[in-house]
Write a protein that binds this ligand. Structure first.
Ligand code: KG4
Ligand code: ZN
Length: 338
């Protein structure tokens, strides 16, 4: 049988996810999001691993049921080995190892950052995949990275954040404005109604293709403190303009680096992923770059942008085809470069 059925497990941060793929096609992709972190305004690692422990079995059962696949039909188990929170990774890693051992089928380790990029190769009804070589940019609450992708397994990190991830920049700015966590989607929503040039925030000076977002957060903090001293209702009265200006600054930083990457490499195939790829502003800027600069840009379906097991499954399938299996002695790896 040429059909490979891969069960994939993702547990690197605060989403417990399981997916079943038949070759490059997703049959199911179940995600249990952990609501517990909302009240803390950010992910609490200890609580995340406990929630994974509770969620993993029901999530895997649901993924198999939705795919209408019996576990005896599975060809292999793919799992996220890293990077991520150690306690969270341990849950998925141990579960995947045990199940593979019990079913006597191969185990396949997956790097979470490679998976964000290879999510573009999931076969969907109308999706088109980038052609090699292409630039991948992963932008989320945990990551900000530009990668040159020469083929499925030849990737080179060209630049990444030196401090906060871009999603954190959105969320922390939103928090300073009193918006609930995660504030990124709300900043996007209000930004649509505001003037992106209303306020000026400094852009960081970072060499090459690396990013820095912690300075922006600090300058927004001082700006808001100064303005609310003069007018206690400043934020409420100007929320649209503040959001539009903050978002504009963040997008300028992202697009400036992408532009440099395109110029340096001569590659105009640009593939974006991660939760921040949902942002309407970045989507508009990419569209503009297609029209004015001749780029070809790609964004996967949103459920394959945020943390999900389907993207782990596509890497699992590609590795299966190459016979790249993993020994049972494998251990989770919190820091794990591409
Ligand atoms: O990929 P993701 O679900 O989780 C990880 O961080 O791995 O990304 C979540 C991040 C959050 O920071 C959230 O605020 C941000 O993506 N985000 C957005 C938007 N939708 C989600 N940021 C800006 N605009 C959006 N529309
Ligand atoms: Zn991620």
């Amino acid at each position: 049988d040429l059909k490979k059925y891969i069960l994939a497990i993702e547990s690197s941060c605060d989403d417990t996810s399981a997916a079943v793929l038949c070759n490059a096609k997703v049959l199911s992709n179940v995600v249990a999001t952990q609501e517990i972190h909302k009240q803390y305004g950010g992910v609490v690692p200890e609580l995340a691993s406990r929630a994974h422990q509770q969620n993993i079995v029901p999530v895997v059962h649901q993924a198999l049921a939705k795919a209408n696949i019996d576990k005896k039909q599975l060809s292999a188990i793919a799992f996220t080995r890293g990077p991520g929170l150690m306690g969270s990774l341990l849950v998925g890693t141990s579960f995947a190892k045990s199940l593979a051992l019990g079913l006597d089928i191969p185990l396949i380790e997956v790097n979470h950052m490679e998976a964000h990029i290879l999510a573009h190769f999931i076969t969907d009804e109308n999706g088109t995949s980038p052609s090699f070589p292409f630039l991948g940019m992963t932008i989320s609450g945990g990551h900000t990275q530009i990668v040159k992708v020469s083929d499925h397994f030849t990737m080179e990190v060209l630049g990444e954040t030196l401090d906060d991830a871009v999603g954190e920049a959105f969320d922390k700015s939103a928090k300073l404005m009193g918006l609930p966590y995660p504030g990124g989607p709300l900043v996007d929503k209000y930004a649509k109604l505001g003037n992106p040039y209303a306020y000026d925030f400094p852009k960081p000076k970072v060499d090459g293709l690396n990013f820095s977002f912690s300075g922006l957060k600090t300058s927004i903090l001082y700006f808001l403190q100064r303005e609310t001293q003069k007018n206690p209702n400043f934020v409420a009265e100007n929320i649209n303009d503040i959001c539009a200006s903050v978002q504009h600054t963040i997008l300028e930083i992202l697009m400036e680096k992408l532009n440099i990457a395109v110029e340096q490499t001569g590659i105009k195939e640009v593939a974006i992923g991660g939760g921040v790829a949902a942002n309407s502003g970045i989507r508009a800027r990419l569209k503009e770059a297609e029209d004015t600069l001749g780029w070809k840009t790609y964004i996967p379906k949103f459920e394959y942008c945020t943390d999900n097991a389907a993207m782990i499954g596509i890497v699992g399938y590609l590795k299966f085809e190459k016979g790249q299996f993993t020994d049972q002695r494998v251990a989770a790896k919190a820091r794990y470069a591409i």
